[in-house]
Design a protein around this ligand. Structure first.
Ligand SMILES: Cc1cc2nc3c(=O)[nH]c(=O)nc-3n(C[C@H](O)[C@H](O)[C@H](O)COP(=O)(O)OP(=O)(O)OC[C@H]3O[C@@H](n4cnc5c(N)ncnc54)[C@H](O)[C@@H]3O)c2cc1C
Ligand SMILES: NC(=O)c1ccc[n+]([C@@H]2O[C@H](COP(=O)([O-])OP(=O)(O)OC[C@H]3O[C@@H](n4cnc5c(N)ncnc54)[C@H](O)[C@@H]3O)[C@@H](O)[C@H]2O)c1
Length: 475
C-alpha cells in the first residue's frame, strides 16, 4: 500500500554526494529523506576509492619488502596471500562503513528509505511504495562502469570495479582494458601482489594529464614489469580455453594476448535509466544530467550532484558540490560550480596529482605569456633520505605570477599538491608559496623551491647584484 511523505529535501542516492548533502541539510534542521536502493556509501566506500586504496596499500607493503635492500635491510620476494589481502580490503570497508550507515544517518534525523527511486512528476518521487513530495530533490545516483563496444566482450567473463574486490584468487595474468586511473591503479596493485599484468589503452595512458608527468608514471609501471600497450585498438575479445584472449591492432599488425582475467576500466556512464527523468522534465546527455552553474537541472526544483552530472567524477568534488547546493538551496547564496579548482590525484606509485591547468591548457588559454617552473625530487633532501627521488613539481603561472595550475608526480603527490589547491582557490600569486617557511626536511619543500625558482632569474640578475652592492656600501 502506498504511503505519503512530505519533506523539505529528498536526496536520491547514498554515495559520497548524497550522504554529504543529507547530513548537512538534516543538521541544519530540515526534514530530509535519503533514498538508496543498494549499499550505503555508494561506489567510493564499496567499489571505488576505499577498496582500491586499501589494495594499493597492501601492494605497497609487498613492494617495500622487495626493495628493502636499498636501506640495508634484507630484501625478500614477499609471500602474498591474495585472499588475506582482500580480507584487509574488506576490513577497511567495514571500519569506515558505520560512518555511512543507516543508523548514523537516522541518528542525524534523516529518514533513510531503502528502495529504488523514480520520478512520477515534476514534484513527486516514488521510492518503493512511498510517494515523496519535497520542496527540493537532489539526484545523486552516481555512475557505473561502461562496457566499450568491443566485439565478443559480452560473451566472456570480465571484471569491473564492482566485482574486482570480491575476487579472492590472485589472477595469473590480468588483462586491463583502459589506462585511466582505475586501470593503472589496479594494474600496479595486482602486479605488486604477484600477478602478471598487461594494460591495453586505446589512446595514451592518463590522457587528461600532463604528458611530461605521465612519462614518469609510465616508466615506473614498465620497470615493474607491467606490459603497456598504448594506441591499441581492440579488435575482438574471445574465450581461449579457460583463458580470455584479446586481439589488438598495434598499427603494424594484429596481436593476440591471452590472460586469466580481464578487467574493464574504460570509463563511466551516469546512473539515470531508472529515474524516469522525462517525467520530471529533467534533461540529460550521455555524459550526465544537465545542470547550470548552481547545479540545478532543467527542473528548478531538482539539483543533480556528484558523478551523475559528469562534471568532476571524484569523491571530494561530490562533497564540494553538496556544499554548494546547501549554500544555494538553504542559504540562498549565489554559487558557481565552475569557479573553484578541481584537484585530482591518481594513486599509482609514483602518484600523479594535478590542480588547475596543465601546461598545455594554460598555453591554449594564455598563449606564450605563461611561465613554467619545475623542481625535481632529486633536489629534495627528504626524498633522497627515503630513496624516493623520481618525480617533479611543475607550476604554471600567468605573466604576473598568478598560479594557473600545478602538477606533481612523485611520492605522496596527493598530499603535496594541497598547497597549490589553496593557492588556486584563493587566487594567490606564486610569491605566497615562495615566502612560506616550511619545516626541513620535508617533501613539501619542493613546492617552495619550485616557487622560488620563479624568482631566481630576477633575484640573482646583474641588476639585483648591482642594487645589493650599492645598498650594502651605503651603511
Ligand atoms: C575503482 C575506483 C576508484 C576510485 N578512486 C577514487 C579516489 O581515489 N578518489 C576520488 O576522489 N574518487 C575516486 N573514485 C571516484 C569516486 O568513487 C566517485 O566520484 C564517487 O563515488 C561519486 O559519488 P556519487 O555520490 O556521485 O555516486 P555513487 O558513490 O555512485 O553513489 C550513488 C548511489 O546512488 C544509488 N542509486 C543509483 N540509482 C538509484 C535509484 N534510482 N534509487 C536509489 N538509489 C540509487 C547507488 O546505489 C549508489 O549508492 C574512484 C572510482 C572508482 C570506480
Ligand atoms: N584516484 C582517483 O581519483 C580515481 C581513481 C579511480 C577512478 N577515478 C574516477 O573514476 C572514473 C573512472 O575511471 P576510469 O579509469 O574507468 O575511466 P577514464 O575515463 O578515466 O579512463 C578510461 C580509459 O579507458 C580507455 N578506453 C576506453 N575504451 C577503450 C577501449 N575500447 N580499449 C582500450 N582502452 C579504452 C580510454 O581511452 C581512457 O584512457 C574517472 O572519471 C575517475 O575520475 C578516480
Amino acid at each position: 500500500m502506498t504511503s505519503r511523505l512530505e519533506l523539505d529535501i529528498c536526496v536520491i542516492g547514498a554515495g559520497s554526494a548524497g550522504l554529504s548533502l543529507a547530513a548537512g541539510a538534516a543538521q541544519l534542521g530540515l526534514k530530509v529523506a535519503l533514498v538508496e536502493h543498494h549499499k550505503m556509501g555508494g561506489d567510493c566506500l564499496n567499489y571505488g576509492c576505499v577498496p582500491s586504496k586499501s589494495l594499493i596499500a597492501a601492494a605497497q607493503v609487498a613492494q617495500t619488502l622487495r626493495r628493502a635492500d636499498r636501506f640495508g635491510v634484507g630484501a625478500a620476494e614477499p609471500v602474498v596471500d591474495f585472499a588475506a589481502a582482500m580480507d584487509h580490503v574488506r576490513a577497511v570497508i567495514a571500519a569506515i562503513a558505520p560512518h555511512d550507515s543507516v543508523e548514523r544517518f537516522e541518528g542525524l534525523g534523516v529518514r533513510v528509505i531503502q528502495a529504488p527511486a523514480r520520478f512520477v512528476s515534476r514534484d513527486e518521487v516514488m521510492a518503493g511504495e512511498i510517494a515523496i513530495r519535497a520542496r527540493r530533490f537532489v539526484v545523486a545516483t552516481g555512475s557505473r562502469p561502461v562496457a566499450p563496444p568491443v566485439p565478443g566482450l559480452a560473451d566472456v567473463p570480465y571484471l569491473t570495479n564492482e566485482t574486482l574486490f570480491s575476487n579472492r584468487a590472485r589472477p595469473d595474468h590480468l588483462l586491463v582494458v583502459g589506462g585511466g586511473p582505475v586501470g593503472l591503479e589496479m594494474a600496479q596493485a595486482h602486479r605488486r601482489l604477484g600477478a602478471r599484468v598487461t594494460v591495453l589503452e586505446a589512446a595514451r595512458l592518463m590522457g587528461s594529464d600532463d604528458p611530461e608527468l605521465v612519462d614518469v608514471v609510465r616508466r615506473r609501471l614498465a620497470s615493474e614489469g607491467i606490459e603497456l600497450h598504448e594506441q591499441a585498438r581492440i579488435l575482438r575479445v574471445e574465450r581461449d580455453g579457460v583463458e580470455v584472449a584479446v586481439a589488438i591492432d598495434t598499427g603494424s599488425g594484429e596481436r593476440r594476448l591471452a590472460g586469466s582475467h580481464l578487467l574493464v576500466a574504460a570509463g563511466r556512464a551516469p546512473n539515470v535509466e531508472q529515474l524516469d527523468l522525462a517525467a520530471a522534465g529533467i534533461a540529460a546527455t550521455p555524459k550526465g544530467i544537465t545542470v547550470d552553474k548552481t547545479l540545478r537541472t532543467t527542473n528548478r526544483r531538482v539539483y543533480a550532484i556528484g558523478d551523475v552530472n559528469g562534471l568532476a567524477p571524484f569523491t571530494h568534488m561530490a562533497g564540494a558540490q553538496a556544499a554548494l547546493v546547501i549554500r544555494h538551496a538553504l542559504f540562498r547564496l549565489p554559487v558557481d560550480v565552475h569557479a573553484g579548482p578541481v584537484p585530482r590525484c591518481t594513486y599509482t606509485d609514483p602518484e600523479l596529482a594535478q590542480v588547475g591547468m596543465t601546461e598545455a591548457q594554460a598555453r591554449a588559454a594564455h598563449g606564450d605569456t605563461v611561465r613554467v617552473v619545475r623542481w625535481p625530487l632529486t633536489g629534495n633532501d627528504r626524498a633522497q633520505a627515503e630513496r624516493e627521488t623520481e618525480g617533479l613539481v611543475k607550476v604554471v603561472t600567468d605573466r604576473r605570477g598568478r598560479v594557473l595550475g600545478a602538477g606533481i608526480v612523485g611520492a605522496r603527490a596527493g598530499e603535496l599538491v594541497q598547497v597549490w589547491c589553496l593557492a588556486l582557490a584563493r587566487r594567490l600569486k606564486i610569491g605566497a608559496v615562495a615566502q612560506m617557511v616550511v619545516p626541513y626536511p620535508t617533501l613539501g619543500e619542493i613546492n617552495k623551491r619550485a616557487a622560488g625558482a620563479y624568482f631566481t632569474e630576477r633575484l640573482f640578475s646583474p641588476r639585483t647584484r648591482r642594487i645589493v652592492g650599492w645598498l650594502f656600501r651605503l651603511g
